[in-house]
Design a protein around this ligand. Sequence first.
Ligand code: PMP
Length: 397
Amino acid sequence: NGGWCQCYSCFTGSICSEIIHDCVINFDHGDPKMFEKYWSLHQNTVSAVLRGNERMSYFSDKEAVCWFLEPSLAMEIKLMHKMIGNAVTEGHHIVVGTGSSQLISAALYALSSLAHHRPVDVVSASPFYSSYPPMTNFLESQLHHWAGDASSYKTSGQNAYIELVTSPGNPDGMIHSAVVDGTGPVIYDLAYYWPHYTPITEAADYDIMLFTVSKTTGHAGTRIGWALVRDIEVAKKMTKYIELSTIGVSKDSQFRTAQILKGIRISYSDKAENSREYDSNSQRRLFHFGYEQMDLRWRQLRHAIGNSQCFSVVDFPSGYCQFFEKNTRAHPAFAWLYCEMDEDCHAVFKANGILTRSGLHFGSSRKYIRISMLDHDNVFQLFIDRVHQMASSCHKK
Ligand code: PMP
């Protein structure tokens, strides 16, 4: 690796096999490191080389609504959604962002600047993605402000509102739809609507849908997300937001993302022939790899918890996944764990060397925590060992 070698956190030694026993496992963030194993096995299938004279301009396609969107990326996004069957791209404009994070802010700006009454209330059903409140309120804008849990939000003639829906949910992994009365616009954050996390039961066809390469392929550092937007005025406003904040989105990153999506697509080009050869191909194809990993990890977590009286995680319903052509069960990117006995679940895990995110950040109770399921294999195994110990000692209480 070019002489560069670094052990994953909690490991040391010449071959990184020694565990640092008192180390704290940080599962607070959702950094999708699990996918590095897949890309190490397939590192030569995707490369993105740009020569000094290439992709220099601010512009990509001056005539397009999103004038900084690389046409090759737009094409691969459409082909990827078609292959997976998770979203309808026809009748939608694509807006690219620096991660879907930038697109959340861009969509809030677009919708609230088009609203009749301002500031617009921004709501999301609890447990909601913990970044929504700070993202909404960050600039203390007069356009919009965070108004809390959508489940208890009452619309009135005076206030305009925007509802954010994350489906599958971060943190809870469940499929969600809008809960307010439907009179306001809804932003569907579909970051996890991919077959390694949940059965793809239908192609989503909402007015505003957000996706990110971070959770799709694991390339969080590439910082590319995209929005599928039905209304051209909303798409134009979102583009304006990105124009004013960053004058577009890195062409290098867009190019790399296009290459990554293309590499995955090509690996599936013989899908029809081999679609049922599920196990033998799992290492070769990203979504099969992701599915197997997540399935294994969730089985390990459930086994570690066992029938402990202290901790519980919900069972997810299964559904017919149109991409895998079989019934699959959801394996969310996060475990939303409930402490049955203790009031402060975060403190219990912290005392056992596991950093998680308290339910309080998601508009929920401190009896819940969110745990990332996407870390490297050996760090995840260490986590499983610790949970197993916690669960078994809990029986003895
Ligand atoms: N939406 C949800 C629900 C997320 O979990 C995340 C990442 N944690 C994002 C958006 C932002 O992703 P990114 O900016 O990396 O594209």
